[in-house]
Design a binder for this molecule. Sequence first.
Ligand SMILES: *[C@@H]1O[C@H](CO)[C@@H](O)[C@H](O)[C@H]1NC(C)=O
Ligand SMILES: *[C@@H]1O[C@H](CO)[C@@H](O)[C@H](O)[C@H]1NC(C)=O
Ligand SMILES: *[C@@H]1O[C@H](CO)[C@@H](O)[C@H](O)[C@H]1NC(C)=O
Ligand SMILES: *[C@@H]1O[C@H](CO)[C@@H](O)[C@H](O)[C@H]1NC(C)=O
Length: 601
Amino acid sequence: MCLTLKCIHLVVFLLLSNTFVIKSLDVLEVTDNDFKSDLLLPTIQIILLVNPYNKASILPFSLGSIERQLYPKHRIKVWIQSELLVSDKSDDKDKKELFQQMLDLNAMTVEMLRKWIRDNRKQYNDIELVLGHQSVQDLHEDKYWTTDRFKRLIEMKSYGLEISRQNWAHFVLFMDSDVVLTHNQVFLTLTRSDHMIAMAPMLYSLGTYSNFWAGITPKGYYNRTDDYLPILERQRMGEFAVPMIHSCLFINIRHKKSFNLTFDSRLITQEVSPFDDIIAFAKSAKMNAINLYINNEEVWGYIPPPVDSTVSSLKSIEQDVIDLELESLVEGPEFPIASSLQSYVSREKNDELNVDSVYVINLVRRAERRKRMVTCLQILGIEANIWDAVDGKQLNDDMIESKGIRVMEGYLDPYHKRPMTFGEIGCFLSHYHIWEDMIGRNLSKVIVLEDDVRFERNFKNRWKKVLSKFDTNTHDFLYLGRKIQDSKNESMFNELFVEPTYSYWTVGYMITRLGAQKLLDAKPLEHMIPVDEFLPVMYDKHSDERMNQHFPVRNLRALSVYPLLIYPTHYVGDNQYISDTEDSDKTELTSNTIHPKHTEL
Ligand SMILES: *[C@@H]1O[C@H](CO)[C@@H](O)[C@H](O)[C@H]1NC(C)=O
Ligand SMILES: *[C@@H]1O[C@H](CO)[C@@H](O)[C@H](O)[C@H]1NC(C)=O
Ligand SMILES: *[C@@H]1O[C@H](CO)[C@@H](O)[C@H](O)[C@H]1NC(C)=O
Ligand SMILES: *[C@@H]1O[C@H](CO)[C@@H](O)[C@H](O)[C@H]1NC(C)=O
């Protein structure tokens, strides 16, 4: 795609200069014939309404979203509206700190907008910034969505529609300043349709929030219907007519019926309650039989959940942005950052999660996983030690034998009924070498993560709270994530921990020096089983006596965090799932020695 657009620019230039036309048209034919010239693409007027203070942490990403679009920038005009906060009274001592914080964030917001415009104006057809003025004292402290705020929004959006028409735009895009589009073809795709009047790319959020409703009550309130989740979770994909779309909204203003759409409820009904721009918009669509479409063909982007109070909005949005960034890394590309605003993205200071070391096990040949993990760790501010995994693909029976490794006689995977794979042996050795390393370096406690970790919301703060309650005198081992096999049999240890029964996975855990010593003392290389079987054996919750008998001392004192703090990014059975242990060759060493009576093991 990128190449194609570049070619087109070249062609336009060459057409003007009247040379080599034939040759470059040939190139064009070969690459893509969907759009022969970017001059045929619709023009877009973006209306970006920027909250004066609480979007400072996300603005580099939302502006980056516009930059990332594969769309000729000279077909785009951007109109940005925000406010300059002023402090006109100085007597309010209680709120002084809050006001100062808001003023600082406002100064940063305005500075970013100005810088972005300075650096980008030449590329776009036009960029305009309109700054109103507002007294910081007038902002309501508890209630974020005041009538006054709605009134301003409605005025701005109505004006936005008007100037889009004046500017001869084909489409207007109303974009909230906390929308992050990670996909680079949102503009291309959403403006493709001539027949649709209003549509939105479906945006992911945290929990089940999104930028559409599948049901609306007659009074205009939210109604969760059975259609909602299948669309949100993309069990059904495509374009769906829904009663409400908001936050990132394309309107085809060449369509006559678009004149019937309004954000101002006063224009369409006597009843002004609820006085709300998006509800008025949905109502005007319904009254005029205009379908609103939500498109979930791709993962287009993200939006933080809404805030309700000014004070909480300042705290929560930064954490929400971190969690959304991590979420977007599970499947797709990183958040786009506006090229000239890199320095405004504030990253948490790196630390080692208050343990001596954080090991991340990664196979060298899995470079894309390493890259993803490194980015996640950077976003979370975690200093980690990337630990090269033992690659099962490079193991063979001779090597295993020469290292004195014996797979437990008769071991068969309980699910697949097959012996250990070289991948599983490599995985065991990777963990084992870390236990050795921490003993060698005399570290008192470490965290071990595999490289396909999905971090739960607010991971770092939650982890620090958990760690402060973990007593290394009474316990040696703590699961951060695991596959619970027998939840009914598990009991809470206290409000943060459960006593784990048989569990799968070694996706993440903390282990103490004493814990690692216990695991090494058990001499597991002499009767190797997969590491996620070995751990339950060692905390004595494995019900298979044939495994237990090889490890007479089973004294690991284990806990698990509750609720879990990490999960694997993909589970067995997912499309995306590629296991480093399941798809590798099986070791011959044990298959030769397996006795028929053990096959049910
Ligand atoms: C919400 O939607 C459901 C399903 O469409 C409908 O049965 C119900 O009456 C609606 N509730 C309200 C208050 O409109
Ligand atoms: C929709 O717009 C048309 C033309 O502007 C107008 O005649 C018609 O009354 C409008 N419909 C409604 C329901 O407002
Ligand atoms: C290991 O560290 C502990 C403190 O965590 C210390 O008491 C002990 O002496 C150290 N052992 C060695 C061998 O350095
Ligand atoms: C709970 O554990 C006991 C002993 O390990 C076992 O016999 C029982 O079947 C388990 N209960 C459930 C519900 O799995």
